[in-house]
Design a protein around this ligand. Structure first.
Ligand code: PMP
Length: 432
C-alpha cells in the first residue's frame, strides 16, 4: 500500500533534518500524537494498545507524574551544586529498595551515562580495565559503553578492543545450562584471558534478565555461579537494570534479586522518570568514595529537582497501586495464554515470561529450532496494523518481545492474545 502523504512528508523531513539511517519501528511508521495509560493515539485518531513501551512505566501521561513535574518546574529547577532535598529524599527512598550494602547513588540523564560511570568505578576500584559483557546485548551509546555491544562497534575503533571480552549470551531453548555453571565457566575463561593478556579483569556487566538477548528462562539464582567467579577474581559485578528494574519482573523490585546476587553496582534508566530523562546507578559507599576521589564527576542535568520529582512520583505510584504485584499477576496470565497459543501454533518454539515481560520464540521447525526471524517481523507488522504495539529481538532476532506499561490489566491481556491468535492463524509460515 502507498504511504500516507503525511507519513512520507515526516520521513522526508527526518532524513533532511536529522540525517539518514535514523530508524523507525514498522514497515509503516506511526505518527503518535497522544498517550494515556496503556493507550496511544495516532494523528488519524486511531487507538493502539501499547504492549511494548517500558519508559511510560506507570502509564502514559500518568497524572501523578505530570502533576509532580509541573509543580516542581513552576517552582525551581537547577543543578546539584546547590543544596536541595529532592535528590536526597529520592535517593533515600530508592536505595531503600536495595540490599543494605547498596546505599549511595549518582543520578544521570541516560542509562548510557550510568553504565559509563559504572565502568569507570570498576577501574577506580580494581586499577584494571578488562570488561566482560555478553555478545548480543546493548548497554548504551558513549564511546566506552558502545564497545560493549558487538553490533555497535565503530569500524575506526578507539583501541578499546583490548579491554573488552564477550561471552555467549544464554539461550535456554538451545543451550543446556540450568544452573548457570556453563555461563560461569565462560566468564572464568574470559577472566583468565584478560589476566594473561596483561589487561587484568575489572568487571562483568549483564542485564540480569538478558532482555535484549531474548530473555531466556532461568531458575532463580542462575547468575550466582558467574557472580562467584567475578568476586574470586577481585572484579565487580555490574547489573544493568535499565530495562529490568522497577518491579518489571514481578517477583522482585530488581531483577538481580531474583537472580540471587547482590551486585556491586546497579544501573537504571528508562522507566525511572516515566519519560522524563532521569537515570542513574546505585552502589556501595566504599565504591562511591573511591570514585568520587578518582573522578570529579558532575552532570549538569543529572539529579535536578524536576527529574527527582518525576522519579519520586514513579516510586510512589508503583507502591500505592502495587504495580509490582500486578506485573506478577498479569505476567502469569500472559504465560498461560502463551502456552495455549503454543499448543495451537507450531511456529511457536518456546514461550518466555518474567513478570510483565513475555514473548515467544518463532521457529521454522520445532525439531531443528531454526529461528523464524522474518516471520517474527511479519507478525510484529501485522499486529501494528491491528492496533497492537509490540516488537521482536533476541539472539536469533526471532523472539516476540512484549513489555507493556505496568498498569496493564486482564482486559488488555485478553485483547492482546485474541489479536495475536488471529494474526498467527492468518499468517502462514513461508519457508525462505
Ligand atoms: N542498557 C540497556 C539494557 C538498554 O536497553 C539501554 C537502552 N536501550 C541502555 C542501557 C542505554 O540507555 P539510554 O538510551 O538511556 O542511554
Amino acid at each position: 500500500a502507498p504511504m500516507p502523504p503525511k507519513t512520507a512528508e515526516l520521513l522526508e523531513r527526518r532524513r533532511r533534518l536529522l540525517g539518514p539511517n535514523v530508524s523507525t519501528f514498522y514497515d509503516e511508521p506511526i505518527h503518535f500524537v497522544r498517550g494515556e495509560d496503556v493507550w496511544l493515539w495516532d494523528a488519524d485518531g486511531r487507538r493502539y494498545l501499547d504492549c511494548y513501551n517500558n519508559v511510560p512505566h506507570v502509564g502514559h501521561c500518568n497524572p501523578r507524574v505530570v502533576e509532580a513535574v509541573s509543580r516542581q518546574a513552576s517552582r525551581l529547577n537547577t543543578h546539584t551544586r546547590y543544596l536541595h532535598e529532592g535528590i536526597l529524599d529520592y535517593v533515600e527512598r530508592l536505595t531503600g529498595t536495595f540490599d543494605d550494602a547498596l546505599s549511595t547513588a549518582i543520578l544521570t540523564c541516560a542509562g548510557s551515562e550510568a553504565n559509563d560511570i559504572a565502568l569507570r568505578m570498576a577501574e577506580a576500584m580494581t586499577g584494571k580495565r578488562g570488561i566482560i559483557a555478553t555478545n548480543a546485548t546493548y548497554h548504551g551509546n558513549t564511546t566506552l559503553v558502545s564497545h560493549l555491544s558487538k553490533s555497535n562497534v565503530p569500524e575506526v575503533g578507539f583501541g578499546l578492543a583490548d579491554y573488552i571480552r564477550h561471552v555467549e549470551a544464554p539461550d535456554s531453548y538451545r543451550i543446556d545450562d540450568p544452573d548457570g555453571e556453563r555461563f560461569a565457566a565462560h566468564v572464568q575463561a574470559s577472566i583468565d584471558e584478560l589476566e594473561d593478556h596483561g589487561t587484568g579483569f575489572a568487571a562483568l556487566i549483564v542485564c540480569p534478565l538478558f532482555l535484549n538477548e531474548g530473555f531466556p528462562t532461568q531458575a532463580e539464582g542462575w547468575l550466582r555461579p558467574a557472580a562467584e567467579a567475578v568476586r574470586k577474581a577481585g572484579g565487580l559485578l555490574i547489573c544493568d537494570e535499565v530495562q529490568s528494574g522497577f518491579g518489571r519482573c514481578g517477583s522482585h523490585f530488581w531483577a538481580h534479586q531474583k537472580q540471587g546476587v547482590v551486585p556491586d553496582i546497579v544501573t537504571m534508566g528508562k522507566p525511572m522518570g516515566n519519560g522524563h530523562p532521569v537515570a542513574g546507578l546505585v552502589t556501595t559507599s566504599e565504591i562511591m568514595a573511591r570514585f568520587r576521589h578518582a573522578f570529579r564527576y558532575f552532570n549538569t542535568f543529572g539529579g535536578n529537582p524536576v527529574s527527582c520529582a518525576a522519579a519520586m512520583a514513579v516510586l510512589e505510584e508503583l507502591e500505592e497501586k502495587d504495580l509490582r504485584s500486578n506485573a506478577a499477576r498479569m505476567g502469569a496470565l500472559a504465560a498461560e495464554r502463551l502456552s495455549n497459543l503454543a499448543e495451537k501454533h507450531p511456529v511457536i518454539g518456546t514461550v518466555r515470561q518474567s513478570g510483565m515481560v513475555f514473548g515467544a520464540e518463532f521457529v521454522v521447525d520445532r525439531g531443528t529450532k531454526e529461528p523464524a526471524g522474518d516471520y517474527a517481523d511479519r507478525i510484529v507488522n501485522e499486529m501494528r496494523r491491528r492496533g497492537i504495539i509490540l516488537s521482536k529481538l533476541g539472539r536469533h532476532k526471532n523472539t516476540l518481545k512484549i513489555r507493556p506499561p505496568m498498569p496493564f490489566a486482564a482486559e488488555h491481556v485478553d485483547l492482546l492474545f485474541e489479536t495475536l491468535d488471529d494474526v498467527l492463524t492468518s499468517t502462514p509460515l513461508r519457508h525462505a
